[in-house]
Design a protein around this ligand. Structure first.
Ligand SMILES: Cc1cc2nc3c(=O)[nH]c(=O)nc-3n(C[C@H](O)[C@H](O)[C@H](O)COP(=O)(O)OP(=O)(O)OC[C@H]3O[C@@H](n4cnc5c(N)ncnc54)[C@H](O)[C@@H]3O)c2cc1C
Length: 393
């Protein structure tokens, strides 16, 4: 039997960070993970460069049934605190866009930093350890694992969400929550590409690999970023972002000209080049392949713009600014970056992340019903929630 003050299940972003914080307070801490390697999602993140935080992170960038829950942790351990740590380790980084900070070299810099923090704090990190059962004792917890039995005072669940099962994701955290009577809100894939119905897919897949700047809106939220056509459907940052606000059956509204007025553009073209075909005019705004597909997809009359009727002009302008697409679905957990929903924040203390009714049981990171936008926000939640628990476990 191994006795620890704190056991953290999950050696990902939140778990490793929390463990180091607890270790610094002199607690004896062990992190257990079933995977062969620690921090696999960190290593994969940001195309291998890890978008580790966002300079503009604030509670507005997170989805949760209770939008206030994340405020305390985010304000007590901020992006600037994490940036200071990254700088202390001399890890080179840069802002890519929109406040998103990436490693210059490799995401492994972040994993090495977390492991070094754990090492300095005397934390033991054990991989290839299956958790077979968790039982509550009068004071603390008993764990049965493939590597033997453990007992601890505080148990931290940092097993993340369901996205990318290939990287070791499991529903373990939700199962433990249910075992101890905590409500778990329905989960769904977030930051995920859309798939299209066959008819739409056939036409739009012609554009596979092409990206255009759009503003994508759904359910009172809009993101102005690139949209990428894929052979399965629609992706790119604007689509990933809006996917977190989309529910099956919802229609997306895509403004393909977020920076200009479509009606004014066509009217101007009718004055300055009345004999030009619609396709020639639109080629000033979009790549040629996109123009042809837009015309085919929407069955627009491709004739000299002077011959367009007022209602045709209005219809084309309306579609350019409000192109309605009803996705078939999303690519699901296989390619999703995050899982929406999870352990209901009503059952947790926003200050400590401890379950309100289960002494010594903590939930941090993505397993909790707090999900960030694309752009480094999800890691910031892992650091902030891990830090909050790390001060008290
Ligand atoms: C491809 C990809 C790219 C991403 N890029 C970014 C990015 O650039 N910026 C950003 O902010 N976010 C990004 N994210 C999201 C981010 O990776 C997660 O939100 C974050 O890792 C969550 O941290 P976590 O510690 O809660 O969970 P995780 O990092 O997922 O860690 C969970 C750990 O628990 C372990 N575990 C799971 N089940 C069990 C079990 N039953 N027993 C034992 N151990 C278990 C896993 O092996 C894993 O090590 C990306 C996600 C993906 C999939």
């Amino acid at each position: 039997m191994i006795q620890r003050d704190v056991i953290v299940i999950g050696a990902g972003a939140a778990g490793l960070f929390c463990a180091a914080e607890a270790g610094k307070r002199g607690r004896s801490v062990e992190v257990l993970d079933h995977a062969k390697k620690v921090g696999r999602k960190i290593l994969m993140s940001g195309g291998g460069r890890c978008n580790f935080t966002n300079m503009y992170a604030s509670p507005e960038n997170f989805l949760s049934q209770n939008p206030h829950f994340c405020k305390s942790a985010l304000s007590r351990y901020t992006q600037w605190d994490f940036i200071a740590l990254v700088s202390e380790y001399g890890i080179p980084y840069h802002e890519k866009t929109l406040g998103q900070l990436f490693c210059d070299e490799s995401a492994s810099d972040i994993v090495n930093m977390l492991m070094s923090e754990c090492d300095k704090a005397g934390v033991t990190v054990t991989t290839r350890c299956e958790i077979l059962g968790v039982e509550k004792l009068d004071a603390g917890y008993h764990l049965k694992t493939s590597l033997g039995d453990y007992q601890c005072e505080s148990l931290v669940i940092a097993t993340g969400g369901l996205s990318m099962p290939k990287l070791g994701a499991t529903p373990f955290g939700y199962q433990i929550a249910k075992q101890f009577g905590l409500p778990v809100l329905p989960t769904r894939a977030g930051l995920v590409p859309f798939t299209l119905h066959d008819a739409q897919k056939q036409v739009l897949s012609e554009l596979s690999g092409v990206a255009i700047d759009v503003s994508a809106a759904c359910n009172d939220m809009a993101f102005k970023e690139a949209m990428l056509f894929t052979h399965r459907g629609l992706s790119g940052p604007s689509m990933l972002q809006i996917s977190s606000y989309w529910h099956p059956g919802d229609t997306l509204s895509i403004n393909t000209l977020p920076a200009s007025d479509a009606l004014a553009f066509i009217e101007e073209a009718r004055k300055t080049s009345p004999d030009a075909q619609l396709s020639t005019c639109l080629a000033k705004l979009f790549p040629k392949r996109v123009v042809q597909t837009l015309i085919d997809f929407n069955a627009w009359p491709n004739k000299p713009v002077k011959q367009l009727t007022h209602s045709e002009v209005a219809g084309i302008a309306e579609t350019l600014e409000n192109w309605e697409i009803k996705p078939n679905g999303t690519e699901g957990y296989r390619t999703a970056e995050v899982t929406l929903g999870g352990v209901d924040t009503d059952a947790l203390s926003s200050k400590t992340m401890m379950a309100k009714n289960v002494e010594g049981l903590y939930f941090i990171g993505e397993v909790v019903d707090v999900t960030g936008w694309l752009g480094g926000y999800n890691f910031q939640w892992a650091w902030s929630s891990g830090w909050a628990a790390g001060q008290v476990v």
